[in-house]
Design a protein around this ligand. Structure first.
Ligand SMILES: NC(=O)c1ccc[n+]([C@@H]2O[C@H](COP(=O)([O-])OP(=O)(O)OC[C@H]3O[C@@H](n4cnc5c(N)ncnc54)[C@H](OP(=O)(O)O)[C@@H]3O)[C@@H](O)[C@H]2O)c1
Length: 279
């Protein structure tokens, strides 16, 4: 694999994890990191984009910054890896994929939830048995940029990881009903969906300032047995796995993308519809 040089913008948890991943890769070098907070990082976004030796930039900032940052990176003729969600709207996402095609660079959206052992086990279970009903419950705290997303009403976009997981397990999803209560700096969102094969799916999400992060999945198979995927060992290094797939895409390896551009746009459209219905 040809060695490549990468910059990182955004030095929160995701950005720091990306730094560690690049440091551990023999064919990738960290060209520099750019934080927006004073004193953070080794360089600036402008310097990374102006540097002809930089092949790509990874966007690890908060959701509202992703689309604008990705557009600048692509317009500078560099590959862009973007933590999910790619953008707030499908229209922005479509525009970004068009820019990537124009400059002939890779635009890769990280969706590490699809790489977990838990998700792979669920996928194997869904292949073996027909699921009749499934409920995914998710809780998390609201803080800084998440609170801004809630304030902006982008609760569907905040659910993008779970929506991608359901889309991956059950094919294109039909949106049946959305209920959402906003209260005390958080919300409770319930989304009913139907999978391509008729599975009835419910996504139940709560966020509040002090809520602990957690996720459970429970459901029923068509034969009456519970949804009960066989546990698999978690390989870990999810950002590393994602980066390796992105590097393979940059190297032109066929089939390296684990989510198609069309699916990214389809799920962004669904997220937007959920946010609109929740408002
Ligand atoms: N963390 C994960 O495991 C994970 C997994 C998948 C996807 N993502 C996605 O990655 C993106 C970033 O998530 P994250 O978990 O890295 O968020 P985060 O730690 O809150 O960092 C997000 C941004 O907030 C700023 N920030 C961080 N700590 C701060 C502090 N103490 N005071 C003020 N500002 C601070 C940083 O700005 P600057 O560094 O630019 O100054 C950073 O770019 C999100 O879009 C998220 O959906 C995260």
């Amino acid at each position: 694999m040809t060695p490549t040089r990468w910059g990182i913008v955004g030095l929160g948890r995701a950005g720091q994890a990306r730094s560690r991943v690049i440091a551990a890769r023999p064919h990738a070098t960290l060209a520099g990191t750019a934080g927006r907070r004073p004193g953070r990082g080794t360089t600036t976004v402008d310097a990374l984009l102006a540097d002809p030796t930089v092949d790509g930039v990874i966007v690890c900032t908060e959701n509202a910054h992703h689309a604008e940052a990705a557009a600048r990176i692509l317009d500078a003729g560099k590959h862009a890896i973007v933590e999910f969600p790619l953008a707030a709207t499908a229209a922005e996402g479509r525009d970004l994929f068009a820019r990537a095609r124009t400059v002939g660079r890779v635009l890769h959206t990280e969706l590490i939830g699809l790489l977990t052992a838990r998700h792979r086990a669920a996928r194997a279970h869904c292949r073996r048995a027909r699921v009749e009903q499934l409920t995914v419950r998710f809780t998390a705290r609201t803080y800084r940029w998440v609170a801004d997303e809630v304030e902006a009403g982008r609760v569907g976009q905040l659910a993008i990881a779970r929506l991608h997981a359901l889309r991956d397990l059950f094919g294109p999803l039909t949106l049946d009903e959305v209920r959402c209560d906003f209260a005390d700096g958080g919300y409770h969102l319930v989304v009913d969906l139907t999978g391509a094969g008729g599975a009835r799916l419910t996504l139940d999400e709560r966020r509040a300032p002090e809520l602990k992060r957690g996720s459970t999945t429970a459901g029923r198979l068509a034969d009456g047995r519970p949804f009960d995927p066989e546990p698999l060992d978690e390989p870990g290094d999810l950002f590393g796995q994602d980066f390796d797939r992105a590097l393979a895409r940059v190297a032109g390896e066929a089939g390296a993308a684990y989510v198609s551009d069309e699916t990214v746009l389809e799920v962004l459209t669904l997220a937007e519809r959920i946010s609109a219905a929740a408002a």
